[in-house]
Design a protein around this ligand. Structure first.
Ligand code: 13P
Ligand code: SF4
Length: 335
């Protein structure tokens, strides 16, 4: 029997959360079976982002995009949340569940967007532009969230910007590509922070055009973190979760996917009769997010056994960051 030291709350019964990935039977290896047994023992829920390695997706209770993961984190009644994603996502789960243990298999799993917007620089910008209404993409630190008026994800960004006060000077941080796409969709002008996802800006217009010519009937689905040149080639621009819906509903048999290729595991499970082609990058094979891929099945097992690494945040930051996140969840629930 495992000895558990739950210093941040006692575990009640395990939560019943939807299983996003399991639409076909899965053959689990022994490590995966150990993880599932340990999950029962520590009464945990495993949340995984769509870019996680297939083995992790297959043991998760819920697999989804940032918006879906935040919703799951907000509604779970498990005392231990094992977050298989990157640091800012696990922080969001902790902010929404200050009394729960939130574990991240690899604490170093960061994000280039988060790095591009240090809280001190944002605070300095806000001091120089005191009337700014700050909309922060969820890919940022808890400290940046605490400085923001509202948080958005790629799944609800258009709705959040449409709901912003009509006369406000909007500042959008930290992704200039997502921000530019939202401006196109809403017609609202925003000042854009100069940050980008180092993965999505590698998808190349020329190589994608060539691929389209090779597969004339295949629609292109792109994440809004891609550059405008790539978005212009896309039939659909959307969050990773909406990509799953789009591909499920599309009559096309072959679909080109311009986002991190980890999602293709879930796409193949959801639509086994369709072919998914990862969009190309010009100079490198760098469409895999090195941060997302830092989590492994071994690290997942180890972190559940040791109940570490844990996400730790100050009460003050959590309190200030919770408001803009809850505002986001509330706005995106509106009809
Ligand atoms: P989604 O919320 O669309 O899954 O995007 C998260 C992300 O990090 C994209 O790079
Ligand atoms: Fe961050 Fe880009 Fe990785 Fe998403 S894919 S976690 S935006 S670095």
């Amino acid at each position: 029997m495992l000895m558990i030291n739950l210093t941040e709350g006692q575990p009640p019964e395990p939560s019943a959360v939807p299983i996003g990935a399991r639409s076909s039977p899965i053959q689990l290896d022994s490590l995966s079976r150990d993880i599932l047994a340990l999950k029962q023992e520590i009464k945990a829920v495993i949340l995984a982002h769509n870019y996680q390695v297939p083995e992790i997706q297959d043991v998760a209770d819920y697999v989804g995009d940032s918006l879906g993961l935040s919703r799951q984190a907000a509604r779970t009644d498990a005392s231990v949340i094992v977050f298989c994603g990157v640091h800012f996502m696990a922080e969001t789960a902790k902010i929404l569940n200050p009394d729960k243990l939130v574990l991240l298999p690899e604490l170093e799993a960061g994000c280039s967007l988060e790095e591009s917007c240090p809280a001190e620089r944002l605070a300095a910008f806000q001091a120089a532009h005191p009337n700014s209404y700050t909309i922060a993409y969820i890919n940022c630190s808890a400290e940046v969230k605490a400085l923001s008026d509202v948080i958005c994800t790629s799944g609800n960004a258009v709705k959040i910007v449409k709901a912003a006060p009509p006369d406000a000077n909007l500042l959008f941080v930290p992704d200039e590509n997502l921000g530019a796409w939202v401006m196109e969709q809403t017609g609202r002008h925003m000042t854009l922070w100069q940050g980008c996802c180092y993965v999505h800006v590698e998808f190349a217009h020329a190589a994608l055009s060539r691929l389209r010519r090779q597969h004339p009937g295949a629609p292109v689905v792109a994440h809004p973190e891609c550059t405008k040149a790539v978005r212009l080639l896309a039939d659909e621009v959307c969050s990773t979760e909406k990509m799953i819906d789009y591909c499920r509903q599309s009559p096309a048999r072959t679909i080109i996917i311009a986002t991190e290729p980890g999602i293709i595991h879930r796409l193949k499970k959801t639509c086994p009769d369709k072919q998914f082609i990862p969009a190309p990058t010009d100079h490198c094979h760098c469409s895999e997010c090195r941060f997302m891929k830092m989590n492994t099945l071994e690290k997942l097992y180890d972190c559940m056994r040791r109940l570490a690494p844990r996400i730790k945040l100050s009460e003050d930051v959590m309190m200030r960051a919770r408001r803009p996140i809850e505002r986001s969840v509330e706005i995106s629930a509106r009809p």
